[in-house]
Design a binder for this molecule. Structure first.
Ligand SMILES: [Zn+2]
Ligand SMILES: [Zn+2]
Length: 352
């Protein structure tokens, strides 16, 4: 089968690789759609970051580059391993793309998303969604029911958002602010609305993204170039500040504004992955007892996200800005996302 593999920085090739073989307790999935993630772009432009280099194999997979990419995928069950009896060939499913140890403190706490040996299918080995077939353990397979597999490919990014929203203890009567309306900020906005939060404010300078934020459900969109964001949020919240804020940019000035616009005793969630050490004025936290917490990926979040989509609480179609074939991955996918960053959210790849 064909697979898009990361060989090194700026080097992704469509290679011919052997089909993965189903084992007891696993499921072979024929991938129908796989989204391109910001993480994939980072890997391509600045990597290897997650992909294990030749001299440092991943501790659980033992694999090194070249690594098949693609971790936001859904497809249909192609074959069932021995002992898997609760699925049928042809079922539409999404794969939670984890590689975890199952033994460390995080794993024993059920917080397997921060496993000390954490790896991702499509970044650390065990194949990836930019190929026709993936084999994964039954525990990582989530049935989509009647939902399409294109929508299924959006479950993973929505699960990232849902996890952050859940971790923050967000309630429907909360006021929430999302900083940044890139792909993660947009799915966070949609996830907040999906769980019933009525007042969602988005902070974003780019015009195209501002419009997308409104579609995703933002009640107000603030432009940090022309607005004193903290003052405006105070105004909109009757002088209190927001109950929950989400930093989806990974920028010092944004983090500062996010903390300062969080209500006394409220929570500022960091969803961004940082390229540098952040500077934080600790007194901004101390004097108003603001909580700051980190949120990474998802754990037990796929099922509730699938249910929210099935119940019509969020429509993932709004995030699909392109569909391409595997052979067009680099030019029509990666290059397109790099050159037209703001007009794109998710480009889906059909890996056949
Ligand atoms: Zn991703
Ligand atoms: Zn672990």
């Amino acid at each position: 089968m064909k697979a898009a593999r990361f060989h090194g920085r700026g080097d992704i090739r469509i290679d011919e690789v052997p089909e993965p073989v189903v084992r007891p307790g696993t499921v072979k999935v024929e991938v129908e759609w796989c989204g391109i993630c910001g993480t994939d772009l980072h890997e391509y432009l600045e990597g290897p970051i997650f992909a294990p280099p030749a001299d440092a194999p991943h501790p659980l997979t033992g694999e090194t580059v070249p690594i098949t990419l693609g971790h936001e995928f859904a497809g249909v069950v192609a074959e069932l391993g021995e002992g898997v009896t609760d699925l049928r060939v042809g079922d539409r499913v999404v794969v939670e793309p984890y590689i975890v140890c199952g033994r460390c403190d995080a794993c024993t706490q059920g917080r397997y998303n921060v496993c000390q040996s954490l790896g991702f299918v499509g970044l650390s080995g065990m194949g990836g969604g930019f190929s026709q077939y993936v084999v994964a353990e039954r525990r990582w397979i989530h049935p989509l029911g009647e939902l399409g597999t294109d929508v299924g490919a959006l479950v993973e990014p929505l699960a990232v958002a849902y996890h952050a929203v859940r971790l923050a203890g967000t309630r429907p009567d909360h006021t929430a602010v999302v900083f940044g309306a890139g792909p993660i900020g947009l799915v966070t906005t949609a996830a907040l609305r999906a769980v019933g939060v009525e007042e969602v404010i988005v902070v974003e300078p780019a015009d195209v993204r501002k419009e997308k934020a409104s579609v995703a459900g933002a009640g107000a969109v603030l432009d940090p170039r022309s607005t004193d964001v903290t003052a405006e949020i105070m105004e909109l919240t009757k002088g209190r500040g927001a109950d929950v804020t989400f930093e989806c940019a990974g920028v010092d000035a944004v983090l500062k504004t996010a903390i300062q616009s969080t209500r006394v005793g409220g929570t500022c969630v960091n969803v961004a992955i940082w390229g540098h050490e952040a500077s934080v004025a600790m007194n901004d936290l101390v004097f108003r007892e603001v909580n700051v917490l980190g949120s990474l990926a998802y754990a037990d979040d796929h099922r509730p996200v699938i249910d929210l989509i099935a119940r019509g609480k969020v429509d993932p179609h709004q995030f699909i800005t392109g569909r391409i074939g595997l052979d067009d991955l680099v030019v029509g996918g990666f290059q397109e996302l790099i050159e037209n960053k703001e007009s794109n959210v998710k480009i889906l790849v059909q890996p056949r």
